[in-house]
Design a protein around this ligand. Structure first.
Ligand SMILES: NC(=O)c1ccc[n+]([C@@H]2O[C@H](COP(=O)([O-])OP(=O)(O)OC[C@H]3O[C@@H](n4cnc5c(N)ncnc54)[C@H](O)[C@@H]3O)[C@@H](O)[C@H]2O)c1
Length: 434
């Protein structure tokens, strides 16, 4: 039997996301049942008319309506034979209360009511939800209905990244498919379902998938506010040609490529340092102040940089058995490939550890040890090699993502390592400049 014949899909909620997904799966040859509680919307759709403007969807609706796509008048009808049930209802923001999950939770409850314990249907949420929702809110609702996730019902979070105005193309040609997994059966069924999209996919924890959707939008929002704050400062300074400023900013070759070099900067660590980023960010913040603009984005950028350094120190302190333990600082340069130690994150971390009474500190850096000794007079024992520092330390903290530290993956079980650059579990991270 063709795999497509064995996967019956139901889509609930036929807005931008749901209708696009329903038509997308229909276009891929799956048999799709769809339901929306808004009878006016369903009525229009059943006449082949779109209730909203979205390029490309009208043609697809008229191609698949009553063929691969069947519109249902009730939720119960849409669920008959359903194997994969996609929920795409709205999750609007409620002032002061976060996202309103009531529509989503009600649909989940209703699906469980109509589901047979023998059928093993899978509920897949596409609506955007806060991290933790699948495990702490949706799973309990399902289990309260007497169903057991992984035994007679499946759950997964499958975030949608489409953009309105480009929904069809984004859905049919996504950058990647993310499967937030709660049970293997559902997760593997989704891998099969999306096989024909021939794009990379990742099976991750539900929380990773939920967080990814938020991180993605928060990054975009931050970049927009950043650009707007820059324009605000520039306007107050005067004589700055703002469109030209941004045109020239975009010519930085780190924006181009696939993936673009700019990803180097969108990776966590223990803070930025070096001669330029801290100094120039502070200088622009001051220039903005002098021109009567409070640079809120830049203030926050500097604050977070301090917070992340303190966070790293707290992690080290928490994992010490006592303050006399030998702490190895791995990396003194502000970034790998450089011997520059000006404003290096290592400086703040070493100072804070000394303030905390940790006096047994040693350090190793492939290039920057001499510079560090010349610039700062900290009581640090410099090691001659990575092996030496690892052998002589109770705990090691990776402060600079030097690629040669990657070998520590093999030591991970022998020594305590605080990987403040998140490089050991991500080989690609060791080439990131940040
Ligand atoms: N619009 C986007 O660009 C976009 C992109 C990615 C993710 N998302 C997320 O996807 C979700 C849906 O977004 P949208 O823009 O498609 O929303 P939408 O408001 O356009 O559509 C939601 C649909 O769900 C229906 N609905 C509500 N309760 C229902 C119920 N009990 N049974 C059946 N249908 C019901 C509504 O009638 C409506 O047609 C949201 O969580 C949103 O944040 C949206």
């Amino acid at each position: 039997m063709n795999i497509k014949d064995s996967i019956d899909i139901t889509v609930i909620g036929l807005g931008f996301v749901g209708l696009t997904a329903a038509l997308g799966f229909a276009e891929k040859g799956y048999s799709v049942k769809a339901y929306d509680s808004d009878i006016y919307k369903t009525r229009e759709l059943s006449k082949g008319e779109l209730p909203f403007h979205e390029p490309g969807l009208s043609t697809m609706l008229n191609k698949h309506l009553n063929e691969n796509l069947v519109l249902c008048d009730s939720l119960e009808e849409s669920l008959s034979d359903a194997k994969l049930i996609f929920i795409c209802v709205g999750t609007p923001y409620l002032e002061g209360a976060g996202l309103d999950l009531s529509m989503l939770l009600n649909v989940v409850k209703d699906i469980c009511r109509f589901s047979s314990k023998d059928a093993y249907p899978s509920i897949i949420v596409k609506s955007t939800i806060p991290p933790g929702t699948m495990r702490t809110k949706i799973k309990p609702v399902v289990e309260d209905c007497g169903l057991r996730v992984g035994q007679n019902i499946g759950l997964a979070y499958n975030p949608e990244f489409l953009r309105e105005g480009n929904a069809w193309d984004d859905f049919m040609h996504p950058d990647r498919i993310i499967i937030g997994e709660l049970d293997r059966v559902t997760s593997d069924s989704l891998v099969k379902l999306y096989e024909s999209f021939t794009v990379p996919y990742a099976q991750v924890s539900a929380e990773t998938a939920e967080m990814l959707k938020f991180s993605s939008n928060a990054l975009l929002a931050t970049m927009i506010s950043f650009a707007n704050e820059q324009a605000l400062i520039a306007e107050h300074i005067g004589q700055v040609n703002i469109p030209e400023l941004f045109r020239l900013l975009h010519m930085d070759k780190r924006w181009s490529g696939s993936p673009a070099g700019m990803i180097n900067y969108v990776y966590p660590g223990c803070g930025f340092g070096g001669y330029c980023l801290p100094k120039d960010t502070l200088a622009l913040k001051n220039a903005a102040n002098q021109h009567g603009v409070e640079a809120k984005v830049l203030n926050a950028v500097m604050e977070v940089n301090l917070d992340i350094s303190e966070h790293t120190v707290r992690k080290v302190i928490r994992s010490l058995k006592h303050r006399d333990e030998q702490i190895g600082i791995l990396g003194l340069a502000f970034k790998p490939g450089s011997d520059d130690v000006r404003y290096s994150p290592a400086v703040g971390i070493i100072e804070a550890l000394l303030d905390e009474g940790c006096t047994n500190l040693s350090a190793y850096d492939p290039m920057a040890m001499r510079n560090f000794e010349e610039h700062y007079g900290y009581p640090l024992k410099m090691a001659n090699s990575l092996d030496e520092i690892v052998a002589g330390s109770d705990i090691c903290v990776i402060v600079t993502a030097w690629p040669e530290f990657q070998v520590l993956t093999d030591h991970a079980s022998d020594i305590r390592i605080i990987d403040a650059r998140y490089m050991l579990e991500n080989k690609e991270a060791s080439v990131l400049v940040n």
